[in-house]
Design a protein around this ligand. Structure first.
Ligand code: S3P
Length: 441
């Protein structure tokens, strides 16, 4: 795909539903007894793979069109054994949460994914699941394809997560649903808390306490979950792309309505404002248990590089690729420490962005868990290269955003991954006035 300088970006960007919340709505819907209704579900490939997986475990999942779905759940402990391999495609969230959800039922399932997912670490999830009594047989390094044998007599677990990961936390909590007694997760750094919020809504007995040892989440096992009507807020991680494009494109003025601003997700917007972005929150409100607002982003010619606090990393972990693009158009260095987790996402995101940014004329320094982009200021970024999207939707979209403000167009080798989280990305950006096109092979 090719992305090149156009006029100002203007208008309203209706970004799709939140990916994290969409996965959780399907999985918890499948674990409740009766019909859960979901509106605004993200119909990206990652979430569709989770919907299909829930059907394989015995839930009935129905697509009513335009983001309205229903799930007829089988209850906690009610999963049946799938008769096929569960293919989670590109989705780490999908596979890790589903492994948790089945790990305390006496069934066996085999999981696989695409080349990106099959490279990613799974021991971080199977280790705590084995403490419940499950058994895992994966490839070296605990990677997929992997077979999980759920525990017949699960025991509850107390687990301090060694990495800041909402996927690990969520896998343990979902496994804890079918274990008797209390399952406890302790995290040093708070990560996105959609699972906790949604479990409480479905009627689980769950508490969160901030202590000197970290955030302690306690779940009482074997509840009966009550089906819910869930309105999925729009995804802040998807909103990041039109917002950042507007900030770096001359004359832009874009409204992105209904964006989830859960504090465990909103770190990018705080960071952009610290860099001098003209970005405001309009009409803040609560939707379905999550804080929501409309974002108004305008061209910001005087962006400054900053030091991004490492303790903010978890609340913006998926946004570093597009932040590094904004940093390229800021004056001076943007230093991003404490982000080692970026190396085990859909791609090694530090390596993928560093390669493309350097090719486009930027100076970038990187270490194992940090990187620094030396911004050249508005109007001074060359571009004119083809970046590799590395089976990673956020890398692909970050470079397409970049092409809106580089001197020469930016190309990516593969636009396919965009569909995992933001199938309408190209249309939405074009409607704002961007020039992003598919080139003939
Ligand atoms: C997610 C958690 C994060 C994030 C991912 C979605 C979730 O991953 O990067 O895109 O929905 O729980 P980690 O838990 O690995 O940090």
């Amino acid at each position: 795909m090719i992305s090149e300088k156009s006029g100002p970006l203007t208008g309203v960007a209706q970004v799709p539903g939140d990916k994290s919340i969409s996965h959780r709505a399907l999985i918890l819907g499948a674990m409740a007894v009766g019909e859960t209704r979901i509106s605004g579900l993200l119909e990206g490939q990652d979430v569709l793979d989770t919907a299909r997986a829930m059907q394989s475990f015995g839930a009935e999942v129905i697509d009513h069109g335009t983001g309205d779905w229903s799930v007829h759940g089988v209850g906690v402990g009610g999963f049946s054994e799938p008769d096929q391999v569960i293919d989670c495609g590109n989705s780490g969230t999908g596979v890790r949460l589903i492994m948790g959800a089945m790990a305390t039922s006496p069934i066996v399932a085999t999981f696989t994914g695409d080349a990106s997912l099959n490279r990613r670490p799974m021991a971080r999830v199977t280790d705590p699941l084995m403490a419940f009594g499950a058994r895992a047989f994966g490839r070296s390094g605990g990677r997929l394809p992997l077979t999980l044998q759920g525990a017949t007599f699960p025991v509850p677990v107390r687990y301090a997560t060694p990495v800041a990961s909402a996927q690990v936390k969520s896998a343990v909590l979902l496994a804890g649903l079918n274990a008797p007694g209390e399952t406890v997760v302790i995290e040093d750094v708070p990560t996105r808390d959609h699972t906790e919020r949604m479990l409480a809504r479905f009627g689980a007995d769950i508490t969160t306490e901030d202590t000197p040892d970290g955030r302690v989440i306690t779940l009482r096992g074997q509840p009966e979950l009550t089906p819910q009507a869930i309105d999925v807020p729009r995804d802040p991680s998807s909103a990041a792309f039109p917002v950042c494009a507007a900030l770096i494109t001359e004359g832009s003025d874009v409204l992105v309505p209904g964006i989830g601003l859960n504090p465990t997700r909103a770190g990018l917007f705080t960071t952009l404002r610290e860099m001098g972005a003209d970005l405001s929150y309009e009409n803040p409100r609560d939707e379905g248990g999550e804080p929501v607002a409309d974002l108004l982003a305008r061209f910001s010619p005087d962006l400054r590089g900053i030091e991004v606090p490492p303790e903010r990393a978890a609340s913006m972990i998926d946004e570093y690729p597009v932040l590094s693009v904004v940093a390229a158009f800021a004056e001076g260095p943007t230093h991003m420490p404490g982000v080692g987790e970026l190396r085990v996402k859909e791609s090694d995101r530090i390596a993928a962005m560093t390669a493309g940014l350097r090719a486009a004329g930027l100076s970038v320094d990187e270490g194992e868990d940090w990187w620094t982009v030396h911004g050249r200021g508005h109007g001074n970024v060359q571009g004119g290269v083809t970046a590799q999207s590395q089976l990673d939707h956020r890398i692909a979209m970050a470079f397409l955003v970049m092409g809106q403000a580089t001197i020469q167009p930016m190309r990516i080798d593969d636009g396919g991954p965009v569909a995992t989280s933001f199938p309408m990305f190209q249309n939405l950006m074009e409607a704002l006035g961007a020039s992003i096109q598919q080139e003939a092979a």
